[in-house]
Ligand binder design. Structure first.
Ligand SMILES: [Zn+2]
Length: 335
């Protein structure tokens, strides 16, 4: 039978154990050990005692039970209050807040702008909701001209108000309000009715250049574009000019660049040809110059236009234009 001394020793060991507890689980283990198991075992021993001893031993058990419950409850409340003060320490400064990243289209645009501004171009902007006059007619594309089919257009209210299908409209507005010499880039969002696929989206970003002055020739166009593409894509880049057709330029040329990804060997990006078309260009059509009040016998000019999204695919080595609209920050951080 447990003597009074044994029970006193148990009190001491309980006190010592409670001093060492680290968490609520340990307290509950002590509770189970001392109250559920030990007190229960004392009560079962009480049953076997002679009647005259039962009263005094019962009192010893009750004293121990009260002592243990009080000590455990003290430890529990002390542990809870300690836990609360550390949990909400608002003075801790965590320096790992995840910031966003510059969008790769903006990053590339800033690079292109820097190169062109360095070559003397200034940046102009214009409205995205545009009049047919500026988007088509003054660019030598009268109503019913078959060239309108080249740019399937979103109309706000047909036939006069539309979402601009290129930023050439800004060039017309600039020429109308300024005398030559003109050396500008117009850039921004443009819209064309197009199904979404890996290479196309109905909204994309365009950057166009225009230079009009006396004695501007195709040689100036070639010099500017070759220098520009080498600055952006590296000095080893080869550039070629291919005859093409645009209603607002004559002659017109598509501009191809050697594929940086495969080194002209042929890959999926260049569709096996080793070359990628990156821009359209040409000498400004005399009708366009006359339309804004310039003397086409005195002034000549060149213009070029590029889709920024397409250029970005090549620049970053991606294969899907849609990735630019998914806003995957972890991808942006790699580019
Ligand atoms: Zn290639």
């Amino acid at each position: 039978m447990d003597s009074w001394e044994t029970i006193e020793i148990k009190k001491t060991s309980l006190t010592e154990e409670l001093k060492k507890v680290q968490n609520a689980k340990e307290i509950s283990e002590i509770k189970s050990e001392y109250i559920k198991k030990y007190v229960k075992s004392l009560y079962s021993k009480l049953k076997s005692l002679p009647a005259e001893e039962k009263k005094s031993f019962g009192k010893i058990i009750n004293d121990f039970k009260n002592f243990a419950e009080e000590k455990i409850s003290e430890a529990e409340s002390k542990f809870k209050s300690q836990k609360n003060t550390t949990k909400y320490d608002v003075t801790i400064f965590k320096n790992n807040i995840k910031l966003g990243s510059v969008h790769p289209l903006i990053k590339l645009y800033k690079k292109l702008e820097e190169v062109l501004v360095g070559m003397g171009f200034s940046v102009v902007q214009g409205p995205e909701v545009e009049l047919d006059k500026y988007n088509f007619e003054m660019l030598n594309i009268p109503p019913h001209h078959p060239a309108r089919d080249m740019q399937d257009t979103f109309y706000i209210s047909a036939p006069n108000v539309l979402l601009r299908s290129h930023t050439s409209s800004v060039q017309i507005r600039t020429m109308q309000n300024n005398k030559p010499p003109i050396q500008i880039i117009s850039q921004g969002t443009v819209y064309r009715v197009d199904d979404i696929d890996p290479q196309h989206t109905p909204m994309f970003y365009q950057i166009e250049g225009l230079m009009v002055a006396e004695n501007i020739s195709f040689a100036n166009l070639k010099a500017v574009l070759i220098k520009f593409l080498k600055e952006v894509f590296g000095n080893n880049t080869k550039v070629r000019f291919r005859p093409s057709y645009y209603p607002y330029t004559e002659p017109s040329a598509a501009i191809d660049m050697s594929c940086a990804k495969c080194g002209e060997k042929g890959c999926s990006t260049c569709r096996g040809t080793g070359w990628i078309t990156v821009a359209g260009s040409g000498m400004v059509h005399p009708n366009v110059l006359e339309g804004v009040g310039y003397d086409s016998n005195k002034y000549t000019g060149f213009a070029f236009g590029m889709g920024l999204n397409r250029l970005a695919l090549i620049y970053y080595g991606l294969d899907e234009i849609r990735k630019f609209y998914e806003n995957d920050v972890s991808l942006w951080e790699q580019l």
